[in-house]
Ligand binder design. Structure first.
Ligand SMILES: [Zn+2]
Length: 403
């Protein structure tokens, strides 16, 4: 027979066991959100059951910007609501997501976001998911791309310099075998760390130069120099990069550069060029969405001689845009129009302005490539690469026209 005291003891023990069990179950099932991986960026304000409140981390950024990228785990079988605290954090096709890995990015789809929020239903087999405002691209992606490249005998991967956080800032060259006095072309990306879609375009340029049958002219006569990540620390740390405090990388080309990569580039390029650099292109992504940000375009240089050459190149790009994603010359942004005025450059000189002043240069340009929507066509990794091919063909056509 159990005494009253004995019964009380059993109840206390059972309660302790039960509460331990509940705690443990909750512990295993709690949503976990993180950004402690290359490119990760998020501030989690609150998690309550299956709803999370978030915003982008704007560290080192003047004003607002829109880059974010996070991982969520313990999602199996759940419908989770993601509530963002600010406007303008989603491109045309809502967030991009990748389930159970960080590679298979897809757009969630148009009109999935309401009041800066969206919900996502995960399958029973889903354990982790990644979400971002577009398709992230960090050093890891570059290494995978380079390792899978065909016909890379002409390609050399080297170091431009080390970043402040001791990362390698890659310098990729394609050196023609035949011509001892090659024409030179410089192509850069990620002056703004968040502008990840630019790198898929760069992949397309490199791949085309090496492999396209009809680009033999480039392989024989042109030396290419690519700097895929100007703001390497920003890319890996998941920072916005745009409007960086104390200085934006794309305003760091005047007086003494404060960033290692821009300083190294300004020293190295004139020596490397030997006056033979004809083209310098800098690939960017525009603002996240809306008017003026959903087509590909070149940004007119304040030097009218250079701007004339940009117009020639812009027309060539349209002719060579044979994929679904096309550039239309009508979208060219002349100097003095919209945001492209002197007042946009009061904080310092841009890469393209600097390059336009180098000895022997003929064409220097920024190319803006949208995050999600190009003239009504959804951006995919391959679509961006095929546009890179159009750039490679236009470089060939342009250089041949100079001869
Ligand atoms: Zn930019």
């Amino acid at each position: 027979m159990v005494t009253k005291t004995g019964m009380r003891s059993i109840i206390v023990i059972l309660t302790i066991i039960q509460s331990f069990f509940i705690c443990d179950v909750n512990g295993q099932n709690n949503l976990k959100i993180s950004s402690d991986f290359p490119g990760g960026n998020i501030v989690v304000n609150k998690i309550s059951e299956d709803t999370v409140w978030l915003e982008p981390d704007l560290s080192f950024t003047e004003g607002k910007w829109f880059y974010w990228y996070f991982k969520i785990s313990n999602i199996s079988g759940k419908k989770i609501s993601f509530k963002f605290s600010n406007n303008d954090l989603f491109a045309k096709y809502s967030p991009a997501y990748s389930i159970n890995n960080d590679q298979t990015w897809l757009w969630y789809g148009e009109n999935r976001v309401e009041n800066n929020s969206f919900s996502f239903s995960f399958g029973e087999q889903d354990t982790i998911a990644f979400f971002s405002m577009a398709f992230p691209y960090t050093e890891k992606n570059l290494h995978v791309f380079l390792s899978k490249l065909n016909s890379k005998d002409l390609l050399k991967v080297d170091t431009l310099c080390f970043s402040p956080e001791k990362r390698i800032i890659e310098k990729i060259t394609i050196i023609p075998s035949a011509n001892k006095l090659p024409i030179k072309v410089l192509i850069t990306a990620r002056h703004h760390a968040c502008e990840m879609m630019a790198n898929y375009v760069v992949e397309g340029i490199i791949e085309s130069i090496l492999n396209e049958r009809d680009l033999k002219y480039l392989r024989e006569n042109v030396e290419f120099l690519f700097i895929p990540f100007i703001d390497k620390d920003g890319v890996e740390n998941g920072e916005q990069g745009k409007n960086r405090i104390p200085r934006d990388h794309n305003r760091d080309y005047v007086n003494k550069s404060i960033h290692a990569s821009t300083a190294a580039l300004r020293t190295m390029v004139p020596i490397w060029s030997e006056g033979k650099m004809k083209i310098a292109l800098d690939v960017h992504c525009p603002w996240i969405k809306g008017k003026g940000n959903e087509f590909i375009y070149l940004v007119g240089n304040s030097d009218s001689t250079i701007e004339k050459e940009q117009i020639v190149f812009s027309k060539l790009l349209e002719e060579n845009s044979l994929g679904e994603i096309k550039i239309y010359h009508k979208d060219f942004l002349p100097f003095g129009v919209n945001w492209n005025t002197n007042s946009n450059y009061t904080k310092g000189m841009s890469f393209s302005k600097w390059a336009s002043q180098l000895e022997g240069i003929s064409l220097a340009s920024t190319i803006e490539f949208p995050y999600a929507n190009v003239s009504g066509i959804q951006v995919s990794k391959d679509g961006a690469r095929i546009f890179g091919k159009a750039i490679a063909y236009s470089i060939k056509d342009y250089l041949e026209s100079l001869e």
